[in-house]
Design a protein around this ligand. Structure first.
Ligand SMILES: [Mg+2]
Length: 132
């Protein structure tokens, strides 16, 4: 338990998250630059956890979240949001995202939320995410 997929159209954000997760011993099994790639790579790599940017070209993070949850009702998805996207965050949580992180993020905040999401997933708590 510890396979993570990072989804963000910003290379810098992907690099920062990857460095942070690898330092904690997590395995980055895939990276995606938009929601469409995220859906395809989720199916292929079956990560334990996804960090999902909201605003991306081609397909946004909320649409990708919905499709991933249709494929895997137990998917753990943490939304990564820019400041000022409160309505989008509420929408994502309502649709089944586990947690959210606001950029610029603090390392401890990111690690804490990832650890909690993975711990809950391991316990197979089906209502781990807010709306479930
Ligand atoms: Mg973005």
């Amino acid at each position: 338990m510890g396979k993570i997929m990072i989804v963000d159209d910003s290379l810098i954000i992907r690099m920062n998250l990857k460095k942070l997760f690898e330092k904690q011993g997590y395995d980055i099994v895939a990276e995606a630059v938009n929601g469409q790639e995220a859906v395809e790579k989720y199916a292929k790599h079956q990560p334990d956890l996804v960090t999902m940017d909201i605003t991306m070209p081609v397909r946004d993070g909320i649409s990708a979240l919905e499709e991933i949850l249709r494929m895997d009702g137990q998917a753990s998805v943490i939304m990564i949001s820019a400041l000022g996207q409160e309505l989008k965050i509420i929408e994502a949580l309502d649709k089944g995202a586990c947690h959210y992180i606001v950029k610029p993020f603090k390392e401890a905040d990111v690690i804490g939320k990832v650890q909690n999401a993975l711990k809950d997933k391991m316990k197979e708590i089906s209502n781990v995410c807010s709306s479930r």
